[in-house]
Write a protein that binds this ligand. Structure first.
Ligand code: ADP
Ligand code: MG
Length: 618
């Protein structure tokens, strides 16, 4: 039998390889953008026509290529980025396989123009389906322009596999913003079908994110910073209240390379645990820098997956970095959307490290898992529960072992079980613990791990907020009829808004009738509203808060109204509370689904650990 094995011609081999590297126009965009970055460009122009089907062009002001390199760059395994095998372990460039241009040239027509700064003339190379059509000197600015035309012209299967223009354009934009985020100091211009649609000026990371995602992000970003010997982590997470229903804006970059990692995702999810409901996902833009020797980027041809040498270590550092960032933000909020700020003067001393409340949170805490009845206690501040019960929320340790943090073990809903013995710190042992009201603002009480400090107004807001939401959900409002119905007269704007919201207001327990243009008669109010409340200002206040939330957070009507009303009715700072009320408030707080944050996302409580106190006496 004769020999049957033949070497494939380069053009066929390239076409096969292309299938791996270039799946769609966006992959070509990614590769050529990365080449421009590797070439040290500071300005990059991306020009796309027909979602990349007919043209993808990238022009940069990088270092350009010599005449020989301009021809060589289309050869398979032609790269200027590695010389020897050991270089593979210290890669700092985006590319290194020398595959991209060869692959693209195998399945498209490519027109390259390039010039180095020391040459007077540049070089133009035209290549189609791996066949060089021409190479000649040309006029060119310093840098490189690569135009990829008629991608997949000779691979109809690939071409037919492409999705709609909208989808392909979406992929291209995603690649562009990933690169743009990783290199904020590089300016980008993006043209689609002849029009400049996006321009990202040179800037810093925060500004770049804001450029990409919109001005509102300026207020939403919480900086993350952590540095250890092995890894440095920088970037931003979005404040918990801006979490999304989808895993949309989640960006990890390792050594400036966008990567996906469900493992790292999990670390961030863990850091957000307790701060956001389980069906929402945090948004983040996180940059990990590590010695290239610590990672293997070679595991995936398109390089969006990497392997760390010490994954578990990175996981821990990442988790605590995010937790700490959230904690810092919780204590010194920058966002000031709350109107009644008269008492909001709680600032930490500059430069002092702040203990993140996140770290104290016991992830296994289940608000329903108590010896109390499963029904939510009222916030009318009268029921009496032993404060020693709070202990169960805070076992003595600062950080729990990570295996207890698996999401499967998070409480799914109301479950009735008894407490595990370790958690029960009996009041008998240490005597009953009395809470103390400090400056008519903070409730202080000893717990096993130290001292719990609760902001009474925020706590009360949280309690009321969840109660109002529940009312919407169950449609069971408790209303009290007024002996004398009250007339209120609103501005035109407020009047219109109230008319729009009448159904929701009724659902909460208001009975309101319209009387003339902007006059209303209120004949019943929710049970939580005190007798002495001025209804005119109350309604105006609700409407004002509602409008504010709507603009700033685009909350749905129910959440917004619950939040506005909770804000209005909460027990304000400066009001005194007796022991019984403090205990009831605390207890109701921990019966909430999210006791640790006010509806506006600010912390309701913090714990001062014994060890921290002890440190102060060193
Ligand atoms: P890789 O990036 O893995 O080295 P490519 O096929 O993407 O492989 O590119 C091959 C080579 O062509 C690069 O190593 C580089 O030397 C050169 N090159 C490609 N694009 C540019 C550019 N925009 N500016 C300068 N040189 C470039
Ligand atoms: Mg490359």
């Amino acid at each position: 039998m004769s020999d049957v094995i033949k070497l494939l011609p380069d053009s066929v081999a390239n076409q096969i390889a292309a299938g791996e590297v270039i799946q769609r126009p966006a992959s070509a965009v990614k590769e050529i953008l990365e080449n421009s970055i590797d070439a040290g460009a500071t300005q990059i122009k991306l020009i796309v026509k027909d979602a990349g089907r007919t043209l993808i062009q990238v022009a940069d002001n990088g270092k350009g290529m010599s005449e020989t390199d301009a021809r060589m760059c289309f050869e398979r395994h032609a790269t200027s980025k590695i010389n020897q095998a050991s270089d593979l372990f210290s890669i700092r460039t985006m590319g290194f396989r020398g595959e991209a241009l060869a692959s693209i040239a195998a399945i498209a027509r490519v027109e390259l123009k390039t010039r180095t700064s020391d040459a007077t003339l540049g070089t133009e190379v035209i290549i189609e389906g791996s066949v060089t059509e021409s190479q000649q000197p040309c006029q060119s600015p310093t840098g490189t322009s690569i135009a990829v035309k008629n991608l997949f012209f000779n691979t109809p299967a690939r071409r037919n596999f492409l999705k709609s223009d909208t989808i392909e354009k979406g992929h291209i934009f995603n690649e562009l913003i990933r690169v743009a985020m990783a290199y904020p100091h590089i300016g980008f211009m993006y043209y689609q079908n002849g029009q400049l649609t996006h321009q990202f000026e040179k800037s810093n990371l925060k500004q770049r994110i804001v450029n990409i995602f919109g001005q509102a992000y300026n207020q939403r970003l919480v900086p993350v910073e952590e540095k250890t010997e092995i890894v440095s982590i920088t970037g931003f997470v979005l404040k918990p209240e801006f979490s999304k229903k989808k895993r949309g804006e989640q960006f990890f970059f390792v050594n400036h390379r966008f990567i996906r990692s469900s493992y790292l995702n999990h670390a961030v999810d863990q850091a957000f645990q307790e701060l956001i409901p389980e069906d929402l996902f945090p948004s983040f833009f996180l940059f990990l820098e590590t010695d290239p020797g610590q990672i293997d980027v070679n595991v995936h041809p398109t390089k969006t997956e990497i392997k760390f040498q010490d994954e578990r270590y990175i996981y821990q550092v990442l988790k605590s970095a995010v937790k700490r960032a959230l904690g810092r933000y919780n204590i010194t909020p920058t966002l000031d959307f709350e109107r009644e700020t008269a008492f909001d003067d709680l600032t930490t001393e500059k430069g002092k490290p702040v203990q993140p409340p996140g770290i104290f949170i016991n992830p296994e805490y289940n608000p329903f898992e108590t010896s109390r009845p499963a029904s939510r206690p009222s916030a009318n501040l009268t029921s009496r529960i032993n404060p020693s019960q709070w202990e169960k929320l805070f076992p003595g340790e600062k950080d729990l072992p990570s295996q207890t943090l698996s999401p499967e073990r998070r409480p799914a809903g109301p479950v009735q079980t008894t407490l595990t013995p370790d958690w029960e710190v009996s009041a008998v042992e240490s005597g009953p613990k009395k809470p103390l009201h400090l400056h008519q603002r903070f409730i202080l009480a000893p717990v096993k791990s130290g001292l719990i400090v609760i902001d009474h107004q925020r706590a009360h807001e949280r309690i009321l907020f969840e109660r109002f939401l529940k009312i919407f959900e169950t449609q069971k409002a408790a209303s009290q009829h007024l002996l004398f119905p009250e007339n209120i007269c609103l501005s035109e704007n407020d009047g219109d808004l109230l008319k729009d919201m009448l159904t929701e207001m009724q659902a909460l327990g208001f009975v309101i009738d319209t009387m003339g243009k902007n006059t209303f008669v209120i004949s019943a109010v929710p049970a939580d509203i005190g007798e002495n409340e001025n209804l005119q200002t109350l309604v105006e206040g609700i409407l004002e808060n509602f409008r504010l939330n709507k603009v700033e957070f685009r909350l749905d009507t129910h959440t917004n109204l619950a939040r506005a009303l909770a804000r209005r009715l909460s027990l304000k700072h400066g009001k005194s509370m007796n022991e019984e009320e403090m205990i009831a408030l605390t207890d109701s707080l921990f019966a909430c689904e999210m006791p640790y944050q006010s509806p506006a996302g600010k912390p309701t409580l913090t714990i001062i650990h014994l060890s921290d106190l002890a440190d102060r006496f060193k």
